[in-house]
Design a protein around this ligand. Structure first.
Ligand SMILES: CC(C)(COP(=O)(O)OP(=O)(O)OC[C@H]1O[C@@H](n2cnc3c(N)ncnc32)[C@H](O)[C@@H]1OP(=O)(O)O)[C@@H](O)C(=O)NCCC(=O)NCCS
Length: 305
């Protein structure tokens, strides 16, 4: 960016993917919480904004400018939205807060028009997070501490409830899965019907547990080359303590064994003692660093055009 350039803000589209990838590939001033294969889908589906350096004068209007910084949302299910990615070019990195301020303001306006009232950010290390520290100066406060666990064997202490039918998710299961979701999770973690269908399309493993009254639980996972990610397990409170969670965990461990991962990882909230007991019984070990969630309540923000 030269001294004659002006900074222009605008919404990003799938055609901006190259600029975003360039920043992700070449700068250290990046934070992102999504699978790179999903980038264009995210930019199409959720608000994403960018700051461009544009040469002053008519040339700039023709050339359109160069992306210097981006901020994007990777999950929006009103009343919650999540910041999924921020990046600034290497050369502008030290000035990242000058980009963060206008981009944050713009993205907040965009998510508010979609009905979001709270904006969240999650980081992997509470003691070392440059973006989290900056967001904390911008109205974000600690919402939740997270625990990470991993397990590098495939031992299963119990098969759990073997009467329960566990089968692959189908789109007809959306209402049942949503009912479990709403009974189990605070609004910031809840997904909507579109998210659930998205999970079914993009995650390689998604099962539901069913009894004669309908869906009582669900569980989905993903994998990369050597790591299995146990993304979510939930059982409706009406069936807690009947071995459904254990059954879903046992099925998950077997799935990861078939996929030949080297380790299985998961995150949970610091105060989710019931989940800790289940994971630790399955041989998961608590690992450092501690993750965290920051949140900013936007419901009292002044509306802006
Ligand atoms: C966590 C959760 C999935 C557990 O599901 P569940 O169906 O109640 O699980 P189970 O019936 O198989 O019970 C797990 C049992 O393993 C038990 N367990 C743990 N260690 C054990 C041990 N050493 N020996 C025997 N049982 C043990 C647990 O304490 C629990 O038994 P309890 O009912 O006597 O307390 C469920 O509580 C839930 O959905 N919570 C809300 C959503 C959530 O927090 N998900 C996890 C974060 S993503």
């Amino acid at each position: 960016m030269t001294q004659q350039d002006v900074l222009a803000l605008r919404d990003l589209h799938a055609s901006d993917e190259g600029g975003i990838r360039h920043i992700l590939d070449t700068s250290e001033y990046v934070h992102f919480h999504f699978d790179l294969d999903q980038l264009s889908r995210l930019v199409e589906r959720y608000p994403a904004v960018g700051a461009f350096s544009v040469p002053a004068g008519p040339l700039g209007r023709v050339a359109g400018g160069t992306l210097q910084a981006f901020l994007l949302i990777n999950w929006l299910a009103p009343p919650s939205a999540w910041l999924g990615g921020f990046g600034v070019t290497w050369s502008q990195g030290e000035r990242f807060e000058e980009y963060l301020d206008p981009l944050l303001e713009l993205v907040i306006r965009r998510v508010a028009t979609h009905g979001a009232e709270s904006l969240y950010y999650s980081g992997g290390d509470i003691d070392n997070d440059w973006l989290g520290d900056s967001l904390a100066k911008r109205g974000f406060t600690l919402t939740s501490l997270l625990r990470s666990y991993d397990k590098s064997d495939f031992a299963i202490p119990s098969e759990g409830n073997i009467q329960m039918q566990v089968r692959p998710f189908t789109p007809d299961d959306v209402p049942g899965v949503l009912a479990v979701e709403q009974a189990c999770f605070a609004p910031l973690w809840q997904r909507d019907a579109a998210d659930i269908l998205d999970v079914a399309e993009t995650y390689p493993y998604f099962v539901v547990a069913e009894d004669e009254r309908g869906i009582v639980g669900y569980q989905f996972n993903t994998v990369d080359a050597v790591t299995g990610y146990l993304v979510r397990i939930a059982v409706h409170p009406r069936a807690w303590g009947t071995g459904v969670g254990t059954r879903l965990m046992a099925e998950a461990v077997r799935y990861f064994q078939q996929r030949r991962v080297w380790k299985i990882v998961l995150n949970t909230e610091e105060e989710n003692y019931r989940a800790h007991a289940l994971y630790e019984w399955f041989g998961f070990q608590l690992i450092e660093p501690r993750g965290f969630v920051l949140g900013r309540d936007m419901s009292s923000d002044e509306p802006r055009p």
